[in-house]
Design a protein. Structure first.
Length: 614
């Protein structure tokens, strides 16, 4: 039997409209019953924040020696959860105003205007999370004492159906205590482990200590709300490990505050290693969690970053988020778009700064995560230029990785195009006949070593007003002004090769203006050979040189082999054809395209035999 001195007992009836709102909150709005713990802890935190503000200007307030904290007691024997705070508490008028009527929050006014079920989701802008307790409770009892001197203590009690009561009781310490008498089917909320996990997931970064059965649960500070000067590298690293489950430490961190267009506190990290590259798992759409005033709103928040930045980990906190009543879904997608734009811009800015200030460290990042940047170029048209600035390619001339800006800065005075070549590695690129003229003229070529690079660069028509062109393109600005016009019957040889030897395997046979030493190369007017190699890889049964009729063959009129074939076709046409076929296969192999290996080896044996007999 209670020893409380109860007096001035008052009972209040809920209006029909208010009962309807309660019914929505209790039965329809929340999808997860455990949300009530988050909501009540959030309310307790707000009460403590208000008292902290009061304490800055008032020293003589009630129980000033009490610590600022939240205590949760799980009482299995009495089947209840008790959540208590030492915050501002409430007077009787405040109790009636805050808990006695939902209409105070604005929900009743909105409900009177709502015409559809979908409209009801906007009630959340008026914040009635306290009533989520009735999802799990047969009865809720609130005991509260204001921080004001000489304040009395009051008890509010309701079953969440038709009425509530308010009684004045014996004085207690400052703050608010909420007793939740659980329904039989919800007794699992007295389980120690379960409640601690809920708090760690949703309320771990509350500024005030949260104790469950006298054990402190929230041991990690919400350091994203602090100034960078207040945080040590060790604290940053510990926080990174907490949010990422990665114990190797981050490569980069991005910690910033923004006031416009939204109030944002963000702490983002870029890992050392790409776990997708390591084959452990495929990343989600996001590795960034969304908070509102340190309360978790969405773990791995969807659309908070473009998908290609899914390797970025961390948290973003915005007090400007309009939430539905349960905080479970965001109402205004335009707000998320603004947050995404701010975060993306900051990430790009940071990466550019790192590339400038610590180029070697940036290059380490680039080699791990460049595939995501290239994915962005292929999917994010609006940010394509920003992403292009982050690309790095090895320079043929300098044997180091350079940006497109650096390439443009070092280009030849009359150079109108940016040239690139897809290769397996630097040595194979340097030995390729495709760059003979570039080497002679000391024109730099960007080297790409990944299949996706050729696709990405082929999607970029220009940069800084310069066309981006593959060196295997049939139409290049680079010409060999020293190239002889060739032997007398070179035009006749080209026609013979096209009509009698290669036929529909090439579009044209042309006299090359770019070759210096090599006899011949395949060039393309359409799809680059890198893309042709990719397409052939997709069709593994395709053994023919890539894409009939798409490539031209360029022959070098100054090459001794080409000269000999021109002469030989008049005296030994069959052998001239064998040599010409070998020239074509050699060019096909140099282009990285498929050829019939059995025919090639058989032909080589015939050529060797012919040479021995001669």
């Amino acid at each position: 039997m209670s020893t409380e001195m109860e007096r001035n007992h008052e009972e209040f009836k809920f209006q029909a409209e208010i009962s309807k709102v309660l019914d929505i909150v209790i039965h329809s709005l929340y999808t997860d019953k455990s949300i009530f713990i988050r909501e009540l802890i959030s309310n307790a935190s707000d009460a403590l924040e208000k008292l902290r503000y009061v304490s800055l200007t008032e020293k003589d307030y009630r129980d000033s020696d009490l610590p600022f904290e939240i205590k949760i007691t799980l009482d299995k024997e009495n089947k209840k959860v008790i959540i208590a705070d030492t915050g501002v508490g409430m007077t009787k008028d405040e109790l009636k105003k805050n808990l006695g009527t939902i209409a105070h929050s604005g929900a009743l006014e909105y409900l009177s205007k709502a015409k559809t079920k979908e409209d009801l989701q906007l009630i959340g802008q008026f914040g009635v999370g306290f009533y989520s307790a009735f999802m799990v409770a047969d009865k809720v009892v609130v005991t509260t004492t204001s921080y004001k001197k000489n304040a009395k203590t009051y008890k509010w009690e309701s079953d969440g159906k038709n009425s509530f009561t308010i009684d004045e009781i014996d004085s207690t310490s400052r703050g608010t205590t909420i007793e939740i008498f659980l329904k039989e089917e919800n007794l699992d909320f007295t389980d120690d482990f379960k409640v601690k996990e809920i708090i760690k997931k949703h309320s771990n970064f509350i500024s005030f200590p949260i104790n469950v059965n006298d054990e402190k649960i929230n041991t990690i500070d919400a350091i994203w709300t602090k100034n960078t000067s207040e945080i040590t590298d060790d604290q940053y690293n510990e926080f990174y490990k907490f949010v990422s489950n990665d114990f190797s430490g981050p490569k980069f961190r991005i910690h910033f505050k923004a006031d416009a267009p939204l109030a944002i506190d963000a702490l983002l990290f870029i890992p050392e290693n790409n776990i997708e590259k390591l084959g452990f798992r495929t990343l989600e759409d996001s590795e960034v969690s969304l908070y509102c005033k340190k309360i978790l709103i969405e773990h791995k928040a969807k659309n908070i970053l473009p998908k290609y930045l899914r390797f970025v980990k961390g948290v973003v906190d915005s007090a400007d988020l309009p939430l539905n009543i349960s905080r479970e879904t965001l109402q205004d997608s335009a707000i998320i778009t603004k947050i995404r734009n701010v975060l993306t811009k900051r990430i790009f800015k940071h990466l550019n700064e790192q590339a400038k200030n610590e180029p070697e460290k940036y290059l380490e990042f680039y080699k791990e995560f460049s595939v995501y940047l290239k994915e962005g170029i292929a999917t994010d048209f609006d940010r394509k230029t920003d992403l292009m600035k982050l690309l790095r390619f090895e320079s043929l001339n300098n044997k180091k990785y350079v940006s497109l800006d650096e390439y443009v800065k070092e280009k030849k005075e009359d150079q109108k195009e940016i040239y690139y070549m897809t290769a397996n590695d630097y040595d194979s690129a340097a030995a390729s006949p495709y760059i003979e003229m570039f080497r002679k003229k000391e024109i730099d070529v960007l080297l790409t070593y990944e299949q996706v690079d050729d696709y990405i660069l082929s999607q970029l028509p220009e940069y800084e007003g310069m066309k981006i062109v593959s060196v295997d393109s049939a139409n290049l600005e680079v010409k060999n002004e020293d190239k002889k016009e060739g032997i007398a019957d070179i035009e006749s040889l080209a026609k013979w090769l096209k009509d009698e030897v290669y036929k529909d395997r090439v579009k044209e046979v042309k006299i090359s203006s770019r070759l210096v030493d090599s006899p011949a190369i395949l060039v393309s007017e359409g799809m680059t050979q890198g893309m042709q190699r990719f397409m052939q890889a997709m069709n593994k049964n395709d053994k023919m040189p890539g894409f009939t009729g798409m490539n031209d063959l360029e022959i070098n009129p100054d090459n001794e082999i080409i000269k000999k074939i021109a002469v030989l076709r008049a005296t030994d046409e069959e052998f001239a054809k064998e040599l010409s076929e070998q020239i074509f296969d050699n060019a096909t192999i140099l282009a990285g395209l498929n050829t019939d290996v059995k025919k090639l080896v058989s032909r080589m044996n015939k050529i060797i035999e012919h040479a021995i007999n001669k």
